[in-house]
Unconditional design. Structure first.
Length: 289
C-alpha cells in the first residue's frame, strides 16, 4: 500500500510543497535573472505596498462576493441533485442523468465560456430570439451587473455532476434496512429523507464545507481570466487574476508573491477555524483533534 501511495506523495511533494519555498519572493525585490539567492531582501515592503493598493482590496471584495454566491447557490446544488437521483426508481435513468451532468466537468473553461457566449452573448441564441420577436437583445456576457450570476451559473453547469459523486457514494453506504424500518413505522418519503438520508450525509457535508471554506479565496482563475476583458477589471478582478497580472504580466514578482502568500495564510486559517467549529458540533471534519 505504501508503494502504491508513493507516486501520489512524490507528486504532492514536487508540485505543492517544494514550490512553497518560493514564498521567499514575497520578502525580496526579486529579479528572475539573478535568482532567489542574489535578489535583495526587502522585509515587509512588498506587503506594505500591497495593502496600500486599492486594486488589491477591490479584488478581495470581488473574491468574497463571488465566493459567497458560490457558497449559497453552488455548494448545496450537488447535494440536491444527489437526493433527486437517489429518489428515482429506474437505475437506467439514474445512470443516464448522472453521465449527462458529469461530463461537463471534463470540458475546459475555454469551451464553457464559448458555449455560454453562443447562447447569452450579443449575437447568441437568446439575443437573436428576442430580436426576432421585436424585443431588445440582451448581452449577458458583457454586462458587469449580471456577471456574478453568470459566473455562478457557469460553475453550477460545469461542476454540479462532479460534486454529486461524493454524495452518491455516501448514499450508497446507507443501510437500506433503515428505510424499511422507517416505512414500517409509517414514515413517508419526506420523513425518510429527513430522518435517514440527511443524517447519513451530515458528516460528508460538513467535511466538504470545511474544505470549501478553506478554499474560499480561490473562486477560479481561467474562468475569470477569459471573461475579464469583456466586463472590465472592476467587475472581474479576483485574487487569482490580481496575482497573475501583477506577478507575471507586469513583472511585480514581489507584489504577486505577497498577494499569493496572504491568500494561502487566510485559507489555512479558514480551514483551521472551520474544522474547530465542526468539532464543536460533534463532527470529525477534515482532521481529528
Amino acid at each position: 500500500m505504501f508503494a502504491l501511495m508513493a507516486p501520489g506523495l512524490v507528486f504532492f511533494v514536487l508540485f505543492f510543497y517544494v514550490p512553497m519555498l518560493g514564498n521567499i519572493v514575497a520578502f525580496q525585490d526579486y529579479q528572475p535573472f539573478i535568482g532567489f539567492k542574489d535578489s535583495p531582501l526587502t522585509g515587509l515592503a512588498n506587503f506594505q505596498e500591497l495593502f496600500a493598493d486599492p486594486a488589491f482590496w477591490e479584488s478581495v471584495r470581488n473574491t468574497l462576493a463571488f465566493a459567497a454566491l458560490q457558497l449559497v447557490f453552488f455548494f448545496p446544488a450537488p447535494l440536491a441533485l444527489a437526493l433527486l437521483l437517489n429518489s428515482l426508481v429506474s437505475s437506467r435513468i439514474k445512470r443516464f442523468i448522472q453521465s449527462v451532468v458529469y461530463l461537463p466537468h471534463f470540458i475546459s473553461w475555454v469551451l464553457v465560456v464559448a458555449l455560454f457566449q453562443q447562447v447569452l452573448g450579443g449575437a447568441g441564441l437568446l439575443s437573436n430570439f428576442l430580436r426576432d420577436h421585436g424585443l431588445s437583445p440582451l448581452d449577458v456576457m458583457n454586462d458587469p451587473s449580471t456577471f456574478p450570476l453568470l459566473i455562478t451559473a457557469q460553475v453550477i453547469w460545469k461542476d454540479i455532476g462532479w460534486g454529486m459523486i461524493i454524495y452518491l457514494a455516501a448514499l450508497a453506504n446507507v443501510d437500506q434496512s433503515l428505510y424499511e424500518s422507517a416505512a414500517v413505522d409509517g414514515a413517508g418519503r419526506w420523513r425518510r429523507m429527513w430522518h435517514v438520508t440527511l443524517p447519513a450525509l451530515r458528516g460528508v457535508t460538513v467535511m466538504l464545507l470545511v474544505l470549501r471554506l478553506g478554499d474560499v479565496l480561490s473562486v477560479g482563475f481561467e474562468q475569470f481570466l477569459l471573461q475579464r476583458d469583456a466586463v472590465g477589471a472592476r467587475a472581474a478582478e479576483v485574487l487569482d487574476t490580481y496575482v497573475y497580472y501583477h506577478g507575471v504580466v507586469y513583472g511585480d514578482w514581489g507584489i504577486g508573491a505577497a498577494a499569493g502568500l496572504v491568500k494561502g495564510v487566510v485559507g489555512a486559517l479558514m480551514i483551521w477555524g472551520a474544522n474547530r467549529l465542526a468539532h464543536a458540533f460533534g463532527e470529525q471534519g477534515v482532521y481529528t483533534k
